[in-house]
Design a protein around this ligand. Structure first.
Ligand SMILES: [Zn+2]
Length: 329
């Protein structure tokens, strides 16, 4: 296969701290011989494990970039046993554009794996992760949140995997991250995901959904910073034990967890995120905004569980997710 066009200005084998870029040539109207410069930090000491940390897989999710720009500026190589590779904004053009997908090619980073070295900008970045960065890693954390259109209870997630041995390692890493909620995910549409690429290589992979709405709160940022530092301790890259407090274990086993909108209009939520709900409970009402005749569609929970995710903006469309009710386990 052809070589990836990205060059790193950092040397992954060098001891110490390096701040640099993944440089991707991108010729466009404003810069004929220009490049996209994706910030990266590598901190290495000795032969311990490698942890690969990413945010900004989707460009409108902010806890990951905040926690990782912070860590990149503070992590000292003398405290590290092994290597930490930090990329706060994986889909950098999407992050700069404050969009879920890239404004250059409109591609969703988490649906283009394994990528393509001769493809579009997003595909080229994915190919670099697939063939250069993921093979270096033992542990991989990809920090997501809801972006502009979703909001979540703050959780760390591991996937149901065919290899139960790898699954157990991922679950241990999820519990070390120790978000207020821990979720086992059966991915319904896993083709093209970074998650799947990492897991297929046998890497210990965890992800998060720590908030949403296209912003980040003091609480969700603190959950994320603690989780990152806990994972580094769990991996043995930083000294000390992870700081563990209570977590609520959730499962999203089947389609009954997901409530989809079958109307269009103005949404009134009747429950808060994190609230316990029961089978048949009213979750939300959607008003027809084209007339004042009282036309309202009501949406109910199909299971007993915890209200774990919701649509964020005030208006909702056909096929949008209204909410997710997760099972407590
Ligand atoms: Zn995301």
């Amino acid at each position: 296969m052809r070589a990836n066009p990205i060059t790193a200005t950092v040397d992954f084998d060098q001891e110490g701290t390096q701040h640099g870029f993944l440089k991707l040539p991108y010729s466009h109207d404003a810069s004929a011989w220009g490049s996209i410069m994706i910030p990266i930090t590598v901190v290495k000491k000795g032969e311990g494990p490698t942890v690969l940390l990413t945010g900004g897989n989707h460009g409108d999710e902010y806890e990951g970039p905040i926690a990782l720009f912070d860590l990149a500026g503070k992590l000292d190589a003398k405290d590290v046993n092994g290597r930490v590779i930090i990329i706060p904004a994986m889909n950098y053009p999407a992050f700069k554009g404050a969009r879920r997908t890239s404004p250059i090619d409109n591609r969703n980073m988490n649906r283009v794996f394994p990528g393509n070295p001769a493809g579009s900008v997003t595909e080229k970045i994915a190919d670099y992760f697939q063939r250069t960065l993921l093979p270096l890693a033992d542990y991989v954390l990809d920090i997501h949140s809801g972006g502009k259109t979703l909001d979540f209870v703050p959780f760390c997630a591991a996937h149901v995997l065919e290899s139960k041995e790898l699954q157990a390692q991922c679950v241990a890493a999820m519990h070390a991250f120790n978000a207020p909620y821990s979720v086992m995910l059966l991915e319904v549409d896993s083709v093209g995901m970074y998650d799947t690429a990492a897991e297929e290589m046998g890497k210990v992979f965890i992800s998060t959904e720590v908030g949403g709405g296209g912003t980040a709160s003091a609480e969700t940022i603190s959950i994320t910073k603690k989780g990152v530092s806990n994972l580094l301790r769990h991996a043995g890259v930083l000294k000390g034990e992870p700081e563990i407090s209570e977590t609520v274990n959730l499962d999203m086993p089947d389609h009954r967890c997901f409530i989809y909108c079958e109307s269009v209009g103005l949404i009134e939520y009747c429950v808060e995120l994190g609230e316990d709900v029961t089978f048949g409970q009213l979750i939300a009402r959607v008003y027809d905004i084209d007339r004042t005749n009282g036309a309202v569609t009501e949406y109910h929970s199909e299971i007993d569980g915890v209200f774990a995710a919701r649509h964020f903006p005030g208006l909702i469309a056909m096929g949008d997710i209204i909410g997710v009710v997760a099972l407590k386990v």
